[in-house]
Design a binder for this molecule. Structure first.
Ligand code: CIR
Length: 254
């Protein structure tokens, strides 16, 4: 069974970290409503949704993807790049230890899960303002026994690697080439985001369908060519906090 581990929106989300966006007012009640609809969409796509409680001292904790990398064999608890987010990991580790053996990124390593794109046995890790080479080396050490390769990838202009590129089908990536070099991904097929929608590359790919924001209709039309079911959700308030769809869950086989 697919588990989607989520965390409720913190009432402090208005004090979230921001790197590339100007601060705008976030409607907390609307953010919670949108997040509930996101959880319902995951259920509709076949996931069992687990919900961790939010806390006022963790403004960004709804973006749970950044706290762990869950693979079939093992889970890596990250050390998030932003200091305000480092306290998010302990409760996620407690939730994950029922499912996986855990290992932990240690100082000086930092990595946000949003920087990690796993395709088969390769983990591409964005060398962003949040994730560094030391973390990549630790990850390689944890994962080599299971046959994984971990590759650093240059990203520019966006927060995380998965703001620039995400898997949209078994053999296809959705990509903004202004932020990451497509040559890195070998012979994967590529769908380019519409130029008017630079933030549109982030999508959740499940065998039952895609989960995608309503705010990128032009790119959504391109995705429709894949023939997969597309479940669209309005995540406007979470986008003001520099969030997207993959960042609000950790999805793994139980
Ligand atoms: C942050 O800057 O950490 C949050 N405001 C947004 C994190 C989004 N995470 C993600 O896309 N994986």
């Amino acid at each position: 069974m697919l588990i989607a581990l989520t965390r409720e929106v913190s009432p402090a989300i208005t004090q979230c970290e921001l790197t590339h966006l100007e601060r705008q007012p976030i409607d907390y009640a609307l953010a919670c409503k949108q997040h509930s609809a996101y959880q319902a969409a995951l259920e509709d796509l076949g996931c069992k949704v687990d919900r961790l409680i939010s806390r006022p001292d963790m403004p960004d904790s709804v973006f749970i993807e950044d706290t762990a990398i869950v693979l079939d064999e093992i889970a890596i608890i990250t050390r998030p790049g932003a200091d305000s987010r480092k306290r998010e990991t302990a409760s996620v580790a407690r939730a994950l230890e029922a499912y996986r053996r855990l290992c932990f990124i240690e100082t000086p390593g930092t990595v946000d899960g949003g920087d990690v794109l796993c395709i088969g046995k390769t983990l591409y890790v964005g060398l962003s303002s949040r994730s560094n080479q030391a973390a990549i080396e630790q990850m390689q050490g944890f994962l080599a026994p299971y046959g994984y390769t971990v590759k650093g990838v240059t990203v520019t202009g966006c927060l995380h690697l998965k703001s620039a590129v995400a898997q949209a089908a078994q053999d296809t990536l959705l990509i903004n080439r202004n932020w990451v070099d497509p040559a890195v991904f070998g012979d994967m097929k590529l769908i380019d985001v519409d130029p008017a929608e630079p933030y549109a590359a982030n999508v959740i790919f499940l065998s039952s369908g895609l989960l995608y924001p309503t705010s990128f209709p032009r790119t959504r039309e391109k995705l429709a060519a894949l023939g997969a079911r597309i479940k669209a959700v309005d995540v406007s308030e979470l986008q003001k906090a520099e969030g997207a769809v993959t960042c609000c869950s950790l999805i793994f086989n139980s």
